[in-house]
Design a binder for this molecule. Structure first.
Ligand SMILES: [Fe+2]
Length: 290
């Protein structure tokens, strides 16, 4: 399965949107809300209104979604800032996916239905190294509204436009080629990740900004952005999504752009935005091969 977006949870959506835009070089959508009236999660199992403010990166395949803390469960401040979920293309049958997740040992934490149809669910994050996976069904009733609660704009064909309608739905590739996930038990994580996302993993060696030496990791094969599972350097390091890697045509030009935009860079070889600027996530750039 290809990854359609990474979800990042933050305390202050406005400042995160501004920082991520400066760091990636892409505009982000006007802030909108996703408001299921009957959301249920482990924090509040009784169906209730879930009012999630969010913004998407104009760069796509995959994109970046930034979400603001809300509620007492899946999006609560207790989750902390940083990488939150990975999302996948819409499914024809979300109930079937749920059965497959259950067979892999993953329960559900966060869901809602429209007319009985399971249009949205998160598989629980804990077993998958603190990463939620987001599974959706295509449905015209997905509850998107503008930040002021007015209806979202529509393109001439009726599809929702979270970005300026003048763009006509056109979005360029983000250049994101990899998401890094810190794990505690590489063998166990490889087995579960490959089962959940349907990709094979191969051993790899990657340099890490948190340790001076190289570490062996495991990277998913197949189309679209990869998932790289990286063993935690220290037992206390929290598992989870910790890095995004983007390919760019000209690495020197990217470095110059970042410096001109006042984006703080890490003191490591290569071009890497300091995690403190991006809600705890590291954004790495690498030159496009060829
Ligand atoms: Fe999402």
């Amino acid at each position: 399965m290809t990854i359609t977006h990474i979800g990042i949870l933050v305390a202050d959506l406005e400042s995160a949107r501004e920082h991520w835009s400066r760091a990636t070089g892409f505009p982000f959508s006007p802030i909108s809300r996703y408001r299921p009236p009957n959301w249920s999660d482990h924090g509040s199992p009784e169906p209730h209104l879930h009012d999630a403010r969010l913004t998407f990166c104009l760069g796509d395949n995959p994109s970046i979604e930034i979400l603001e803390f809300v509620g007492t469960g899946t999006h609560s401040p207790g989750k902390g800032e940083g990488g939150h979920h990975l999302s996948f293309p819409p499914l024809a049958d979300n109930e079937a996916r749920r059965r497959e997740l259950a067979a892999a040992g993953l329960g559900i934490d966060g869901e809602f239905r429209i007319d009985g149809r399971l249009v949205f669910q998160f598989a629980e994050a804990g077993p998958l190294d603190n990463v939620y996976t987001e599974w959706v069904e295509e449905h015209p009733g997905h509850p998107d509204v503008k930040d002021d609660l007015s209806p979202v704009d529509r393109l001439p064909d009726g599809t929702k436009a979270l970005f300026d309608v003048a763009l006509g739905g056109r979005r360029e590739p983000s250049g994101i080629v990899e998401f890094g996930v810190r794990v505690h038990d590489l063998g166990k994580s490889v087995a579960l990740w490959s089962r959940v996302i349907g990709r094979t993993f191969s051993s790899s060696v990657s340099s890490s900004s948190s340790v001076s030496s190289s570490v062996s990791s495991s990277v998913s094969q197949g189309p679209g952005a990869a998932v790289r599972l990286v063993p935690a350097g220290q037992p206390h390091e929290r598992p989870g999504l910790f890095s995004v890697t983007m390919e760019v045509a000209d690495l020197d030009a990217t470095r110059a752009r970042l410096l001109a935009a006042g984006v703080p860079l890490s003191l490591v070889p290569g071009v890497e935005v300091d995690a403190g600027f991006l809600n705890g996530l590291t954004l790495r750039f690498r030159g496009r091969p060829g």
